[in-house]
Write a protein that binds this ligand. Structure first.
Ligand SMILES: [Zn+2]
Length: 556
């Protein structure tokens, strides 16, 4: 039949407007772009190079799909209640109009009522096949990904049910023509080709890769360094002994200690030295994840569980299957998450959000907290039953100020570590700087030491020593009460500023003078080994004043 071109019939040319003054091109209501095919080719090539062929194909298909959907909306508007065959026909014409490909329908069985569809189209002059040939040469796979995505998006949108096209011959493979066939989604069965049309769960893949990397890194490091646990002080040894006794058993370990004492390192050590070392180690900081996301993070989510849950995702529990799950800051879990966690621990099964079946999991749990969970229970913020599940084997990791003798050892190993990452060779830490490290109160514990040493390594001249100024920003630090005094007085001077900060911080948190005084007295007496004269000297008061205050404290 002699058909008039629909493009002409609907006077599409008049709907294409070049608004040069405003820097816009419009096709009816859609803003269009006049791009260089070569630049699109360059972008395409970069996608293939940086993301790999599979991911690049998916992105291109979905990009084409979106523009096909746009054009279907336009076609609907043009045709109104037109002939169903025209519906299918105008898509290719629009595609040609936009300069992408010359399409000829060779077969179209379309039953509007029954919703059945079968179509075949020949393509000539595909911009994508041309571009692909230029940049990659003749290959094994068809290359017209955006165009085949367009065809699928167009028919899907118009037909209001998923229809998928696949390219079966392509100029980029050396065929004379490109050729596509289309049918409803379900008619494709379980063809892996369909995966290209689904948006990817990149975040999930990143998480998995991160876990894989930490596993690889661990395998590389294991055997020699005992996973960064370093120390010889009695406080460290007793924590370490407890942890090493628990490593081989499946017992749930609760690590207690201030922020920065290295709880994650202990957890990792436990994992590395047990019989799950080859399996994943998954760490979650419960305080770092917003309350409304923590459940989906831990337990996973089933597609459609809530608005925005477009893909199913395994939670951290599932990812840790066979290995170890480390829950840091467990005291920060929301009440709802606590209930779920308890149920998982009781049943050994997890249920994804919005899912109606459970999955068996085998996970060794290590939890950690820097808050007093007993207190949190008393305040109604933490469930007692969960606490007893978690606290079967508590291990207290002492703060760095209570294991000062480990500082030289720790600092030396950190220097070695950062020398490697900054490609430097240093002579170590100067005596004066080491003295300052020993005197410092370490509110941020090992993590703070790590930060200071990193800074020191970075700032020290290559081949030289790390000096005080390299370690501490803004000069020498405040010293800890009872620590050795720096002879040249610099430490004390700079200490005034930090002390001021300390006082301000204390006042901000709701202060109880009596309580703090009592704690300070207690600490001084402890440090002086029970010698009141010595303790009084530490506090800058007389022995009599100290004795009086202590007595008051006991009576009060
Ligand atoms: Zn092709």
């Amino acid at each position: 039949m002699a058909e008039q071109k629909l493009i002409e019939q609907f006077n599409l040319r008049s709907r294409l407007r070049f608004n040069v003054d405003e820097g816009q091109i419009w096709l009816d209501e859609n803003r269009m772009l006049l791009l260089h095919a070569r630049s699109m080719g360059a972008l395409r090539r970069e996608l293939f190079d940086s993301l790999g062929a599979e991911r690049a194909k998916g992105l291109l298909i979905r990009m084409g799909f979106a523009s096909g959907q746009q054009d279907a909306e336009l076609a609907k508007k043009l045709l109104g209640a037109g002939d169903t065959y025209d519906v299918f026909r105008i898509g290719p014409e629009l595609h040609a109009f936009e300069g992408l490909v010359k399409a000829t329908i060779v077969q179209a069985d379309l039953d509007w009522e029954r919703g059945s569809f079968a179509g075949e189209v020949d393509w000539r002059n595909s911009w994508e096949a041309d571009s692909h040939l230029q940049l990659f040469g003749i290959g094994e796979d068809p290359a017209c990904w955006t165009i085949v995505g367009y065809a699928s998006g167009y028919v899907t949108q118009f037909f209001n049910r998923p229809v998928i096209f696949k390219e079966t011959a392509c100029v980029a493979c050396g065929d004379a023509l490109c050729h596509i066939v289309g049918k409803p989604l379900e008619a494709w069965g379980h063809d892996p080709y369909l995966d290209y049309f689904k948006p990817e769960d990149l975040q999930g893949q990143l998480d998995e890769m991160r876990e894989e990397i930490s596993r690889l890194r661990k395998t590389l490091c294991s055997g020699r360094t005992a996973g960064n646990l370093i120390g010889a002080s009695s406080g460290f040894r007793s924590a370490f002994d407890l942890v090493s006794k628990a490593a081989a058993s499946p017992i749930t370990v609760l690590l207690l200690g201030e922020t920065g004492v290295g709880k994650e390192m202990f957890a990792r050590w436990l994992h590395d030295h047990g019989n799950r070392a080859e399996q994943p180690f998954v760490a979650v900081n419960c305080a770092a994840i917003p309350h409304d996301l923590i459940e989906s993070e831990l337990f996973g989510v089933q597609k459609g569980a809530y608005t925005g849950a477009q893909v199913s995702r395994a939670g951290r529990f599932e990812r840790a299957h066979g290995g170890t799950l480390f829950l840091d800051e467990v005291g920060d879990l929301s009440p709802a998450a606590q209930v779920k966690l308890l149920r998982v621990l009781q049943t050994g099964e997890v249920e994804r959000l919005g899912d109606d079946h459970t999955r068996k999991i085998d996970v060794r749990l290590v939890a950690a907290t820097n808050v007093d969970l007993q207190q949190a229970i008393a305040a109604g913020r933490f469930r007692a039953d969960l606490y007893y599940r978690l606290a079967t084997y508590p291990v207290v990791i002492p703060p760095l100020r209570e294991r000062r003798s480990d500082i030289p050892l720790l600092a030396a190993s950190l220097v070695e570590k950062y020398e490697a990452s900054y490609h430097k060779k240093l002579q170590g830490i100067s005596d004066r700087a080491m003295q300052a490290l020993m005197a410092y109160p370490w509110p941020g514990n090992v993590r703070e030491l790590q930060n200071l040493v990193e800074r020191g390594v970075l700032l020290a001249p290559n081949g030289g020593l790390i000096e005080i100024d390299h370690l501490f920003a803004g000069g020498a630090p405040a010293q800890a009460p009872g620590a050795e005094v720096d002879r040249d007085g610099q430490v004390g001077k700079a200490g005034d500023a930090s002390r001021q900060q300390l006082y301000e911080a204390i006042l901000q948190d709701g202060f109880d003078l009596e309580q703090h005084e009592a704690r300070l007295l207690e600490l001084a007496v402890q440090r002086a080994g029970g010698n009141l004269t010595h303790a009084a000297k530490l506090l800058g008061i007389t022995r009599r004043q100290l004795a009086y205050r202590l007595k008051q404290g006991v009576e009060g």
